[in-house]
Design a protein around this ligand. Structure first.
Ligand SMILES: Cc1ncc(COP(=O)(O)O)c(C=O)c1O
Length: 205
């Protein structure tokens, strides 16, 4: 739902979306619902993406990628993607369903792990995997968040997450940090994360 909300609010029919070939189904559905022109770039191929962005004369460009790919478990080239977003004045939507709670300091996610930050990034984290609850959240520049609050249809026209879910997510976050200690090893964090996300989430060697 968060991916649908972000993509339909951000990319209207005059926008162009550049989507990784191995993106998760919810991102693909978001690109389709947005009615923007969708171009698929080969998996993690930033050179081809660069050329596609350069050839596009659309004012609103949106790059869309899983941060950690759900079927292959590989991590997207986050720094090059952020650099391309800045160079081509594009947005970069990153779905960190499998990075949040697992990678980075205390499981803060893929961006923390890679030290990448940019105001062009819209970060979507899910609470149904490592956090073991349900729902998702979006992190972006406050102006962008305000745009979503005012215009993201699957956010506005559905019942809000129940307070019990919000509280469980909050408690789980503290629990994960405390149980793991301050700097749990990557493998230990993956073991903890798997309890929330099932067998598709496996450690990378
Ligand atoms: C990469 C990715 N993004 C988003 C989702 C959707 O998350 P949820 O099931 O919490 O709505 C999933 C679910 O498997 C996923 O793998």
């Amino acid at each position: 739902m968060a991916n649908l909300a972000v993509l339909t609010a951000l990319a209207t029919c005059d926008a162009a979306i550049f989507s990784d070939a191995l993106n998760h189904a919810s991102l693909i559905d978001g690109t389709r619902l947005s009615r923007a022109r969708v171009q698929i770039y080969p998996h993690c191929d930033t050179e081809t993406l660069d050329a596609m962005l350069g050839a596009s004369d659309t004012a609103t460009k949106v790059i869309v990628s899983d941060a950690v790919f759900s079927m292959d478990s590989d991590v997207a080239p986050l720094a090059p993607l952020a650099a391309l977003a800045e160079r081509h004045s594009a947005w970069l939507v990153l779905d960190d369903a499998y990075g949040f709670g697992v990678l980075g300091r205390d499981g803060r996610g893929s961006l923390d792990a890679s030290g990448v930050h940019s105001e062009h990034i819209l970060y979507v984290g899910t609470l149904g995997k490592a956090a073991g609850v349900a729902g998702a959240f979006v992190v972006a520049h406050p102006d962008v968040i305000e745009w979503f609050v005012q215009g993201a249809r699957t956010y506005i026209f559905t019942t809000a997450a129940p307070p019990a879910i919000a509280h469980a997510a909050y408690s789980r976050r503290r629990w994960t940090t405390r149980v793991c200690g301050c700097r749990p090893s990557g493998r230990r964090r993956f073991r903890l994360a798997r309890r929330g996300c099932g067998s598709r989430c496996r450690p990378r060697s």
